[in-house]
Design a protein around this ligand. Sequence first.
Ligand SMILES: C[S@@+](CC[C@H](N)C(=O)[O-])C[C@H]1O[C@@H](n2cnc3c(N)ncnc32)[C@H](O)[C@@H]1O
Length: 198
Amino acid sequence: MTPQTKSKERVRDLAEVYTSEREVHAMLDLTKNFSEKIETRYLEPACGNGNFLVEILKRKLHTVTSKYKKQQDFEFYTIKSLANIYGIDICQENINEAKARLHALVIEHYSFSQNTKKPYSGFYKSVDFVLNKNIQVGDTLNPQNNIIFTEFTSPKLYFFKRREFLFRDLSMQNSYLFKLRPIQEHMITKYLELDYVG
Ligand SMILES: C[S@@+](CC[C@H](N)C(=O)[O-])C[C@H]1O[C@@H](n2cnc3c(N)ncnc32)[C@H](O)[C@@H]1O
């Protein structure tokens, strides 16, 4: 079992008490049909070191492994799973840990599903690109925050389109009343080349 706190100071300053694995499972089981779907988007606005994010990715990757045997499909849907998971935390150390855990989980699933096959060139660069966009430091309680939310969609197989929004626009209570405008749109890009575009 991993400890749920790191120090008294961190509990006081950050309200940092991690959720136990058992509770994470129980909570995600409440939305079982959704958490297993590759396409379901999850956002954790105070994600800590990623306890929920890791379990959500595990569930999505379980679906990927059972549905997609071909290596290229496995890679594309793995990145798609990751691209639908978002985590924000005010503490850089937590974000580093969360990203490292998600990255390690992808490596573990790759060898579990694809055995000794070598990943296509660019795969792990794209994994890290998505992690750097989606798992980020930010103050989600500050309405003036400049957090950027990256939307990844796949208009065709093996490709992604990226649009960026201001998180504060998405979280506005009446955001459903008007059409949200992206602050930036990017060209459609092959899944192995996401990090070419910046
Ligand atoms: C109770 S812990 C929960 C961590 C994680 N969600 C879990 O269940 O294991 C609260 C987290 O909120 C983060 N936090 C505190 N204030 C925040 C803020 N204003 N914006 C974003 N994250 C914040 C802390 O760094 C800490 O990791």
